[in-house]
Write a protein that binds this ligand. Structure first.
Ligand SMILES: NC(=O)c1ccc[n+]([C@@H]2O[C@H](COP(=O)([O-])OP(=O)(O)OC[C@H]3O[C@@H](n4cnc5c(N)ncnc54)[C@H](O)[C@@H]3O)[C@@H](O)[C@H]2O)c1
Length: 310
């Protein structure tokens, strides 16, 4: 298939590109290499055609004309909760107006389907665990709101123009190529700090749990959604919660180092317990997480060790 990956120079998008090319698909990438994002030319697969372009750009039409993508995997986004709170207008420009530009291009080029990277952030604080696709979505940040609005645009667009979609709601994605200097991505930040012997910050009491899913598993969910899960949303996560303290302990073992901990209060919007029920993805998409946290942490530490030349 001909697949266009937006955000394909970024952390998750570059793994999606690798997985698609390995499976024999013809891949092109649109990515603006936004200075506050995790995109880099180092991540761009040599077999993919690369367009440095903003998804809001009118010239996106020309990329569609040239590439004639049958499916678009849409990962380009303003991806930070903090930036979305500080600059909600910018967040909506990229995540909503950019999506609409992309949808219009899809319609004009007769693209068949869009696979959308949504987020657990669309749920906000929920009353019951685990989170499923039917759990009420009440986002608590502009970022979560624009992701939820995007899901609704996809539903509307399918009804109005026949463009199929699948929305993949990721838990906390981690693994190689994640930016260790961002405000989120605790595993990348910790792995890097442990190897550099730098202190780490632990907010709240460190017992708050999140559902961490390895990036190659997430990439495989995009591959499966090229053909499966039409018109549906799926939770893509490990199904298990892990605490920040547990991450600290395991990374200390893996790196043979114990770094100083700086304690900090709970951050606004932080949720104490999160994990997902991914049965629907297993039954309807044929997807489940294959890399457990222990193995994923090892692979992540190995990646940062090599990157730092240690
Ligand atoms: N990392 C996570 O845990 C997580 C969880 C849920 C959902 N997501 C979603 O997955 C997707 C990928 O996230 P990521 O963690 O790989 O982030 P990332 O910053 O590494 O990747 C996003 C890419 O989009 C590009 N981009 C940003 N604005 C753009 C624009 N206006 N036009 C074109 N390209 C633009 C960036 O240059 C970057 O390469 C995002 O949609 C994000 O919201 C991520």
């Amino acid at each position: 298939m001909r697949v266009l990956v937006t955000g394909g120079a970024g952390f998750i998008g570059s793994h999606v590109v690798d997985t698609l090319i390995k499976a024999g698909h013809q891949v092109s990438i649109v990515d603006s290499l936004w200075e506050l994002g995790g995109g880099s030319m180092d991540n761009v697969h040599p077999q993919a055609r690369f367009y440095r372009m903003d998804i809001r750009d009118a010239a996106l039409d020309q990329v569609f004309e040239r590439e004639q993508p049958e499916v678009v995997c849409h990962l380009a986004a303003q991806h930070s909760v903090k930036i979305s709170t500080d600059m909600p207008s910018y967040d909506a420009q990229v995540n909503i107006v950019g999506l609409i530009n992309l949808l219009e291009c899809c319609t004009r080029a007769a693209t068949l389907k869009i696979v959308f990277s949504s987020s657990g952030a669309t749920y906000g604080t929920v009353e019951q665990m685990p989170i499923t696709e039917d759990t009420c979505q009440r986002p608590e940040s502009p970022y979560g709101i624009t992701k939820l609005a995007s899901e609704q645009y996809l539903r509307f667009w399918k009804g109005m123009h026949g463009l199929d979609f699948a929305s993949l709601r990721y838990g906390n994605v981690y693994g190689p190529r994640q930016d260790p200097t961002g405000e989120a991505g605790v595993i990348a930040i910790f792995a890097h700090s442990f190897l550099m012997n730098e202190p780490v910050r632990i907010d709240w009491d460190g017992e708050q749990q999140k559902d961490y899913v390895y990036v190659e598993d997430v990439a495989r969910s995009n591959l499966l959604a090229l053909t499966g899960g039409g018109g549906e949303a799926f939770c893509i996560a490990s199904g298990l919660g892990a605490s920040v303290n547990a991450l600290y302990r395991r990374l200390a073992e893996l790196t043979g180092n114990e770094v100083e901990v700086i304690r900090a209060p709970k951050r606004p919007g932080d949720i104490y317990l999160t994990h997902f029920d991914c049965r629907k993805a297993r039954e309807e998409l044929g997807w489940e997480a294959e890399v457990d946290l222990d193995e994923g942490l090892r692979l992540t530490v190995d990646y940062f060790r090599a990157k730092l030349g240690l």
